[in-house]
Design a protein around this ligand. Structure first.
Ligand SMILES: [Zn+2]
Ligand SMILES: [Zn+2]
Length: 419
């Protein structure tokens, strides 16, 4: 039974905790550390999604350490890579981390993501965090947040991170390596202009939101939220078809080429496999969290806010009730029609709304409404109704001219003559 284990720090990468154990234990061989942790010296030191953690827990639980769930959620890449995956994929990754070995689901989470956006090459740190750690506790550690591919700026000090000399995927895969003077460098991870720096800070903030909670996004919900928000911003029509050229052009000018290159998310609307095209269509594959953050921020939302639109629908004629547009009725221009019947215009494929009022007046209009005045437009009167006809009768009896009547009843003079 182990007689010593260090305390796990806030936001510490689980890998870093084990590396500090190796350092403090004065084990000469990394294999001995692997044996202490797993009871097996052939295990691999994985920095992002380590597996079989319950075994380690069983060996160190007598030190009153946090539980495995807290390790997985707060000290590994689990939430980062799975928040946008389906419930079953999340569960499979979790299970593998808790008590499995390297599995297909872990491969999916890292493999698919890594194919679009490369991992960081070296472990990263913030100079000021390191200095503060050394002053306060005499040692420092690898922070989880600083290793995530969307984080370039320290969330605490708002300073660009620095690349260490230690490979994120080390040469000796069986060794946990701690942060120490010999592997620190002074090269900031990027040189950036002001606009890029602004968006890098945005990415850090979004990543913090992603990592702070268990998100209950579903793939379908994400799609419908994106659809709604793209419609709201005028990038998609009523049916959800996205104007890809307009979207791509505005996306590039909004973020700037430098930033998009830095986060490996260039956009090319002429390319059929462009990620922006795919993420705004029906999502048949998974996307790297960076890409989700970019689109979410672009439509004016955040990780913690966009999903409220997952069930939101665009109403082509706004929400009920609707205006009665019968000039003969007492309730003319009042919102008294409780619902609209929708159909599709065969020629234009645009939505058509038919509004039926209790006064007998029925009108239709092609949508969708763009401005608030559109709600007062009549495309076609389908039925005038008794109230309207009675008024017409009255006006005729009063001896008014056809022209005056057409003005009063807001219809063309031919209709007055005919009726
Ligand atoms: Zn810092
Ligand atoms: Zn009416």
């Amino acid at each position: 039974m182990l007689t010593y284990f260090p305390r796990l720090y806030k936001d510490e990468l689980l890998y870093s905790w084990f590396a500090r154990y190796h350092l403090h234990s004065a084990n000469i061989s990394p294999k001995q550390t692997m044996r202490d942790l797993y009871g097996n010296s052939n295990m691999i030191a994985v920095p992002d999604l380590p597996t079989d953690l319950l075994k380690i827990y069983e060996n160190i639980q007598h030190f009153d350490v946090p539980d495995v769930e807290s390790w997985i959620k707060n000290h590994t890449f689990y939430r980062y890579y799975t928040s946008f995956l389906s419930e079953s994929q999340k569960e499979a990754v979790y299970m593998a981390m808790e008590k499995g070995t390297w599995s297909k689901s872990i491969h999916l989470a890292t493999g698919v993501m890594a194919s679009s956006i490369k991992d960081i090459v070296y472990f990263r740190y913030c100079k000021r965090c390191v200095q503060e750690d050394l002053n306060e506790r005499g040692e420092t550690y690898w922070r989880l947040l600083h290793q995530l591919p969307s984080v370039f700026v320290c969330n605490k000090h708002n300073e660009l991170l620095v690349s260490s000399k230690l490979l994120f995927r080390g040469r000796n895969r069986h060794e946990y390596q701690s942060i120490k003077a010999s592997n620190l460098s002074s090269v900031p991870i990027a040189k950036t202009n002001e606009k890029t720096t602004f968006f890098l800070t945005m990415l850090t903030e979004q990543t913090v939101e992603l990592m702070e909670a268990d998100h209950i996004f579903t793939v379908k919900g994400i799609q419908s939220a994106y659809k709604y928000l793209l419609q709201k911003q005028g990038f998609a029509n009523f049916y959800g078809t996205v104007n890809q050229e307009k979207l791509a052009k505005q996306f590039i000018s909004f973020y700037g080429q430098e930033f998009l290159e830095l986060v490996q998310s260039n956009v090319d609307y002429l390319n059929e496999s462009c990620w922006l095209k795919n993420i705004t269509r029906k999502q048949r594959k998974s996307f790297h969290p960076i890409r989700h953050m970019l689109i979410i921020n672009f439509v004016g939302e955040r990780i913690n806010s966009f999903y409220q639109y997952a069930r939101e629908k665009r109403y082509p004629f706004g929400k009920a009730p609707y205006y009665c547009l019968n000039p003969a009725a007492d309730h003319y221009h009042k919102r008294v029609i409780p619902s609209v019947t929708l159909s599709t215009c065969t020629g234009t494929r645009r939505p058509v709304g038919t509004f039926k009022c209790t006064c007998g007046f029925i009108y239709s209009r092609r949508g969708p409404d763009i401005t608030s005045e559109d709600a007062f437009k009549i495309g076609r009167v389908k039925h005038f109704g008794q109230v309207w006809l009675d008024r017409l009768q009255l006006l005729v009896t009063q001896g008014q001219s056809d022209y005056a009547i057409s003005k009063t009843l807001n219809c063309d003079i031919g209709t007055v003559k005919k009726i």
